[in-house]
Design a protein around this ligand. Structure first.
Ligand SMILES: [Zn+2]
Length: 115
């Protein structure tokens, strides 16, 4: 008979390293790109990465190994994660004008007002 799962236990263990070992692993992976976002680098931008993303998500059976990770900024993490999990891709910021308003035409602030 299966053990009853306690409320604090995960339904499916994901074998992700946690605690101090997890921090060390994250630091090693971030060091690979000097802590910079890999996708921004491809766009010619220099942006600090805030997320170590799994290219094949652990939830999709991806391995928790360095070669399955990429360092991303929050913007790229949101885009990549949405694609990985087939959610709608967030509106991509295209910059802010001198007046402080977003320049992207599809930003809600720039859509035609109802009325
Ligand atoms: Zn980025």
């Amino acid at each position: 008979m299966a053990e009853k799962r306690k409320s604090w236990q995960r339904a499916e263990p994901d074998n992700r390293l946690r605690g101090r070992a997890g921090q060390k692993q994250r630091q090693r992976r971030m060091d690979r790109t000097d802590g910079l976002c890999e996708m921004c680098e491809e766009e010619g931008l220099v942006v600090l990465a805030t997320v170590v993303n799994h290219k094949v998500p652990l939830a999709h059976g991806g391995e928790d190994i360095d070669s399955n990770t990429e360092n991303l900024c929050a913007r790229h993490d949101a885009i990549v994660t949405a694609k990985q999990f087939s959610k709608s891709v967030p509106i991509e910021g295209k910059g802010i004008g001198r007046n402080g308003r977003p320049t992207s035409a599809d930003h809600p602030w720039n859509r035609a007002r109802r009325g």
